[in-house]
Every structure is written in C-alpha cells, then in structure tokens.
Design a protein around this ligand. Structure first.
Ligand code: UDP
Length: 418
C-alpha cells in the first residue's frame, strides 16, 4: 500500500501553488530583500516543472511587474497578485495585506479554474498567506522559513525582528503539515524556540546550479572582468545586510596589508546611494583601504561564474546564515571558501582543502583563514574539478526529488485521514 502510494505519486501530475509574496524569483537578486530565497524558488519550480508538475508561483505585484502572468519555464508560471498598491512598501507592511492578497489569489484561481493539490510557502509572510489558503482549500501546506526571527534576534545585528514575526512563525510551525529546514541546526532551533514537532520537520539542503556554476580558466575570467593575472582576489557575494558581516570582512583586510597585491571584490547591494553602501564605504576610507576594495554592484545571477572563477577565495563573514548558497556556487566553480561557523557550508567544507571555517567571528580570525588560501598553503588546494566534486550531491534535481518525497508524504497523510 505504502509503496503503491509513492509510485502513484511519482507519476501523478501535481498542481502546486508556491507562495513567495515579498520576494520575486525574477526580482533584483543581491538587493536588500531579494536573495537566496528567490534563487531557491526559481530553481525548485524549474525542476518540478521539468518533471511534469504544474507550478504557479505567486508573488506581489510591484512597480516593475510586466503583466499579471509570466511564463517562466516549462510548466512554470509566475503570477503577480495585487492589493491595489504596486509601489515599494516595507516588508512588514505586507502583514496587514495578507487577506487582500488571498482574495487576489482566490480570484485568479477562480478565473483560471485550477485547484491546487498543495501549497508550498516561503518565508513567514507567505506562510500566513498559505495558512489562509490551507484552511479554505483543505490541502496540505508545506512551509520553508528561510530565516527564523528568533535566531536573527539572538544575533542582534540590525533592526530587531518584531514579536509579531516570532508569534506568527510559532503559529505556522504548529499549524502547517510539514516544515522544510535546510540544515539539521535549523531543525533543532525550530524545535527549541518554536516547539515544532520533530516528526513534521524534514531537512532538505538547498541546491546549486551545476550547469551554470562550473570551473573556467582563471586567467581568462580575470581578463574578462579587468582583473590582473598576478593579484590575489578575495570575493564576497551577497546582500548588504548587517547579518552578513561585511564590515568585519573589510576590517580583516587591514590584517593582510603585507599582501600588497590583494583586492577585495564585493558583489551585491543596492548601489552607491544606499545607506548600507555608504556605511561600508566610510569604513573603507577610515581604514585607508580605498585602493584595495572594489564594489562591483549587483551582478545578474547568470553572470556570476567569472567572478567566482577569478577569485582565489570566497569569504562568508556572516553572523547568521540559514544555509549560504553562495558557498555552494563558489565550490561548484572550484574556488575554496572561508566562512564563519554558520549555515550549512561549515559542514560541507573539507578543512584546509576546499575551505576553512574560522574559529570565531573576529576580523583577525577571518584574515587568518583568508591567508591560508593566498600564500604557499594555497598550493595544497585541490584542483578545481576536485573542489567542485564536493558539491555534486547538491544539484537542484536532487533537492527537487527530496522535496517531492515530502509532497508525497503529506498527501499520503491527507489521503489516510480522509
Ligand atoms: N546573488 C546574485 N547577484 C548578486 C548577489 C547575490 O545573483 O549580485 C545571488 C547569489 O548567487 C546566491 C544568492 O544571491 O544565489 C544569495 O543566497 P545566499 O543563500 O548566499 O544568501 P541569502 O540571500 O539567502 O541570505
């Protein structure tokens, strides 16, 4: 019976509503509120669509929206929901519009004549939307939080997360059918801080696009980007958020002054007018590092491979990270990673070979980690293809297959309870 159910599920075409309210999969990735989650949603949807499932991703309409329905990939549509305001709004303001967004979602669904088999929501705000849909449609609801408010507040970098978020996450953790956590550590925190039931949390790591991120000739990549063949390049890729610890990475450079041909290349952010950029630039000036730091701006995801390939090392200096997909992307390109002990990447690295996990969060510790991939020790770094092989298991097709197993599990439970 069990095996029959799973076999049927594997061949059935599912209609899946993916909710990603605040962050669009085709948004400006690398900007303040659009990062790994958008990449995750896009890649997962693409894989599920390729397997024949019908995927509708729902996100909020914004000023750049071009049409209500956008065909993204095979069997994958992106649907923009309107609450009557397309302009920029603080993320938290969406909380007060969740019911309006649900009305827009139901009206699209009625017009389209589609009934979804399950809902997969991303981040707590989409979770709240999913919860309304779950109660109205009586279908399973799978939640992925991506970050947890309670943990962000423990790190205490940047604006504290409101109690509203913590209470909502707790409610969602209790009321949904399944939570997907990207690491065992997140699973443990969900149990500890939100009383989530162990049996309803499944750990499925995030993925990497191995077709896009692959080793290239380093010198050719440097030429393409205008970097010198003989300089040492330390790379950062990501949003500019106090949690990301970019300030400490800049401070770490001050410990590496003896490396005269060293440059820190920073990818991501919201441009030179943004307060986050201004804050970092002031720090660069104060430390006298103007000639050693390059802000490359936000780079399209598809254009990132030469950056990873040009670098000697990618650094993740974060205070908190739920997973850290940039680490997988770097390793897939054959470039080692130095990281603080955060997210999944610290467990994926082979110490001293594919990377280095620093002992603490200080700039001095980061500098020590970086140095081990610049000097003679770098000679011991395995060939790019070997570094890349360490992340083969994270191909998005494997992630989608593990997520499909969870869909089958919750659908089976629903079938048995009916
Ligand atoms: N990214 C990008 N362009 C940029 C900066 C970042 O495409 O200019 C992508 C990066 O390749 C990665 C994602 O944003 O896929 C960041 O994911 P990660 O898990 O590292 O961090 P998060 O944003 O989830 O905190």
């Amino acid at each position: 019976m069990d095996r029959d159910f799973f076999t049927t599920m594997k061949t059935k075409t599912l209609k899946i509503a993916i909710l990603s309210l605040h962050s669009s999969p085709i948004g400006a990735i690398g900007s303040q509120n659009t990062g790994g989650m958008s990449v995750y949603v896009r890649e997962l949807a693409r894989e599920l669509g390729r397997c024949g499932h019908r995927i509708d991703i729902f996100t909020r309409q914004n000023a750049h929206t071009n049409g209500q329905v956008v065909n993204l990939d095979e069997n994958v549509r992106l649907i923009h929901l309107s609450n009557g305001h397309a302009g920029p709004v603080p993320k938290l303001a969406l909380y007060h519009s969740v019911k309006d967004y649900f009305r827009a979602l139901e009206s699209f669904q009625a017009q389209d004549g589609l009934c979804y088999d399950l809902i997969h929501s991303h981040y707590w705000l989409s979770g709240l939307l999913g919860q309304i849909a779950q109660n109205r449609w009586h279908v399973p609801h799978i939640v992925m939080f991506h970050t947890l408010g309670a943990l962000k507040n423990m790190v205490a970098a940047g604006e504290p997360e409101p109690e509203l978020r913590i209470v909502s996450e707790k409610r969602l953790a209790k009321g949904c059918h399944c939570i997907v956590a990207s690491t065992a550590k997140e699973r443990e925190k969900l149990m500890r801080f939100y009383d989530a039931a162990a049996e309803r949390i499944k750990v499925v790591p995030c993925g990497v696009n191995l077709n896009l991120f692959r080793p290239l000739d380093r010198l050719a990549a440097r030429r393409r980007l205008g970097f010198e063949a003989d300089e040492s390049i330390v790379l950062y890729v990501g949003r500019f958020d106090p949690l990301k610890g970019l300030d400490r990475l800049i401070e770490a450079l001050a410990y590496l002054r003896n490396h005269t041909r060293l440059r820190l290349v920073i990818v991501g952010g919201d441009g030179e007018q943004s307060p986050a950029y201004q804050h970092l630039w002031q720090l660069v000036l104060k430390l006298g590092l103007k000639d050693r730091v390059m802000f490359a701006g936000r780079i399209e995801h598809a254009d990132l491979p030469p950056y990873y390939n040009a670098a000697n090392v990618l650094v993740i200096p974060s205070r908190y990270e739920s997973f850290g997909m940039v680490g997988l992307e770097s390793l897939a390109c054959g470039t080692p990673v130095v990281t603080t002990p955060v997210g999944a990447i610290e467990r994926i690295l082979r110490e001293g070979q594919t990377g280095y996990v620093v002992s603490d969060y200080t700039p001095a510790a980061l500098a020590k980690g970086i140095e081990s991939f610049l000097s003679d020790a770098a000679a011991a770094t395995p060939a790019p293809e070997i570094v890349r092989a360490s992340v083969f298991e994270f191909d998005w097709s494997h992630v989608a297959s593990a997520i499909m197993d969870q869909y089958a599990t919750v659908l089976k439970q629903q079938y048995q309870e009916a």
